[in-house]
Design a protein around this ligand. Structure first.
Ligand code: SF4
Length: 310
């Protein structure tokens, strides 16, 4: 008999030690709401994390989870998805974790177009280690956790994702939980590598990009606006049309440089193209019927393989 799903099913009974007021709470709630919205049973979900405050997320969601190594969340999530194509795989991490030490994996996961979702909690600092500047903090910025202004240029995650080849690219805001939950649900439904850069407040170390800065920063008005409210169309309607693909990529990159008084959130770019799994099963049709983990290898003779490797 099918279990009756309720939102609370996705909540883990684990003590949460994020700082009070942290934007991570909003992202956690949005992940749980998205899973509930899609009615994906907890045992069909695996959440992987890197190291950082965001790395604790799998502990707080009732699903399979694995807290991996710094910057290494994407290789682990990739392995899990290849082993079990039927699993809903979500990778999470911070901006330091994903765009710093994990930047190479971030780029190559986009090229691969494996069917999984990557959520980056972007707060501009390394929160877990006392607020050092992360790769997204722009040059010349000084948060209260820094002794002086940064001297490095900030990285643009949306533009990098476009260049890497992600097929669903969005930006969310941690404290607009309902909107973020819808974005995450869209990302999970998307067939291919889906990436959401999530603007996340860190009240402990980032005193510049605060809730007030985002929501009331321009004469009491929000800096954030939704792309769809301005008629922005992120979708490549004809994935065989190279000109349309380039035009939509240029549009997304141009939008990603809007910052300051007006910051766009929503879906920047989306295209349907064959996933890594589809490419793989075209070459290995036996993998189409069953997930790798479901193939019984007990009576397979691997001697010829071992001999070939001698
Ligand atoms: Fe959240 Fe910042 Fe505290 Fe980490 S240090 S839990 S990101 S408020």
């Amino acid at each position: 008999m099918a279990t009756r799903l309720e939102l609370k099913v996705y909540r883990a009974d684990t003590h949460n030690n994020w700082c009070p007021g942290c934007g991570d709470f909003g992202i956690l709630a949005a992940i749980q709401m998205a899973l509930f919205q899609l009615r994906i049973e907890p045992h069909r979900v695996a959440i992987f994390s890197g190291i950082g405050c965001s790395g604790k997320t799998p502990h707080y969601v009732n699903a399979y989870g694995f807290h991996t190594l710094h910057g290494r969340v994407l290789p682990v999530a990739t392995g899990a998805k290849i082993a079990n194509k039927d699993l809903t795989v979500i990778a999470v991490g911070g901006d330091g974790d994903g765009y710093g030490i994990g930047a190479g994996y971030f780029v190559n996961a986009g090229r691969r177009n494996l069917d999984f979702t990557y959520l980056v909690f972007n707060n501009g600092v390394y929160g877990l280690t006392k607020g050092q500047a992360s790769p997204t903090l722009a040059k010349g910025i000084k948060t209260k956790s820094l002794p002086e202004e940064t001297i490095l240029e900030g990285l643009n995650p949306i533009a990098l994702a476009v260049g890497a080849g992600y097929t669903f690219i969005a930006r969310g805001y941690a404290l607009d939980v309902r909107y973020l939950a819808n974005l995450i649900a869209q990302a999970i439904r998307h067939r291919g590598s889906a990436f959401i850069d999530i603007l996340q407040t860190c009240p402990t170390y980032n005193d510049l990009y605060t809730k007030d800065w985002y929501e009331e920063g321009v004469d009491g008005h929000s800096r954030l606006y939704k792309l769809e409210d301005e008629g922005y169309d992120p979708v490549v309607h004809d994935p065989t049309n190279a000109d349309e693909i380039v035009a939509k990529k240029i549009q997304a990159v141009a939008k990603s440089y809007e910052w300051g008084d007006r910051i766009p959130i929503g879906v920047y770019y989306q295209i349907e193209r064959p996933t890594y799994e589809e490419e793989l099963t075209t070459r290995r049709p036996s993998l189409r019927e069953k997930a790798l983990v479901d193939i019984d290898l007990t009576d397979r003779d691997v001697t010829p393989l071992l001999e070939a490797l001698r």
